[in-house]
Design a protein around this ligand. Structure first.
Ligand SMILES: [Zn+2]
Length: 328
């Protein structure tokens, strides 16, 4: 008689937010909420796929900023193609972390806080802190790796890029395997889910692509492919081969070009995302609508345009163009 391999005995159901999901099962359900008016702010969805075989657990978070809807669609698609009978490990997707923000098109939480500065959160803190705590408790318990999905903020768009700490080789490996061509190194702000997860030993990356409040199908497809590639790299797809990923430019330094003091007005960019520029090149023009004065916005350093404000009305100090300036 064949003996049962040890890992097959140990590989049982996973418990996520109080629900058991057995090997070979997928489940979508709300977590964190109670059936009361008071608690309805916590009612966010989670999708779980428990593979039939042992493997790592990959968590995907989206909609921490409620208006960054590219991520919510990447999360949905990434889950919908998973076949748990061909999966090694577990995929846990939190597609709309700031569920109220997603529903109302709002970056922030109901208490006007930025949820991505509230992690790990507190069970007796503000609304945002409670939501952060509820999610982070599950992340801490169930996630071996984390991919967080974002877009540019307000009226800006990001060229597809991965952000990752320079201090964790495993996280950096995930970033390269995501394969979107640009990796930006940095620790991320204190209180962000990526940084706080990294600090408790969960390698975490961010995929940033596009603009808020608008679906971009190409960038969504890149994100889904990136997650597929990361899963192949982690050995989570049975019979799957590693996907060939292009070399990335690894930026060790980026800089923002801002509206000069006293030069606010109507901004018209003259560059595009992904464009290479030299120091002194014109990036755009700002017109003072009252005096007709034109101000050229020039590149402060040579680099690549990785983030860009749309044509819009801007005030002094507004961040217009994000340049990747040093790579290795
Ligand atoms: Zn964001």
């Amino acid at each position: 008689m064949l003996s049962t391999p040890l890992h097959a005995v140990q590989w049982g159901p996973v418990e996520v937010a109080g629900r058991q999901i057995s090997p070979g099962e997928t489940l979508r359900f709300p977590y964190g909420g109670e059936s009361s008016f008071e608690a309805s702010f916590l009612d966010a969805p989670v999708f779980v796929a428990r593979g039939v075989r042992e493997g790592p657990s990959l968590c995907i978070t989206a909609g921490i900023h409620g208006d960054e809807i590219n991520g919510t669609e990447i999360a949905r698609r990434s889950f919908s193609w998973i076949d748990p009978t061909a999966l090694n490990g577990t995929v846990i997707v939190f597609p709309m972390v700031n569920a109220a923000g997603v529903r109302s098109g709002n970056r922030y939480m109901q208490d006007r806080r930025d949820l991505n500065r509230e992690f790990p959160g507190r069970s007796n803190g503000s609304v945002s802190s409670i939501v952060a705590h509820t999610l982070f408790t599950e992340i801490r318990r169930n996630c071996r790796y984390l991919v967080d999905l974002h877009t540019g903020s307000f009226s800006r768009s990001n060229h597809p890029q991965i952000r990752v700490t320079s201090k964790d080789e495993v996280a950096f490996d995930l970033a390269r395997h995501f394969g979107v061509g640009i990796v930006v190194l940095g620790e991320g702000p204190s209180g962000s889910i990526r940084r706080e997860a990294g600090d408790i030993g969960i390698p975490a990356i961010i995929y940033e692509a596009g603009e808020p409040s608008r679906f971009d199908l190409d960038l969504i497809a890149s994100g889904v492919q990136g997650i597929e590639s990361v899963m192949a790299h982690l050995g989570m797809v049975q019979g799957g081969k590693e996907i060939e990923v292009p070399e990335s430019r690894i930026y060790t330094k980026t800089t923002w070009v801002r509206v000069p003091v006293g030069a606010g007005g109507y901004f018209f960019p003259t560059v595009e995302l992904g464009q290479a520029v030299s120091e002194g090149d014109r990036l755009g023009t700002i017109i003072d609508p009252l005096t007709d004065r034109y101000t050229a916005v020039a590149a402060t350093e040579s680099g690549e345009v990785i983030g860009l404000a749309f044509a819009q009305i801007v005030l002094s100090g507004y961040a217009l163009v994000h340049l990747g300036v040093q790579h290795r």
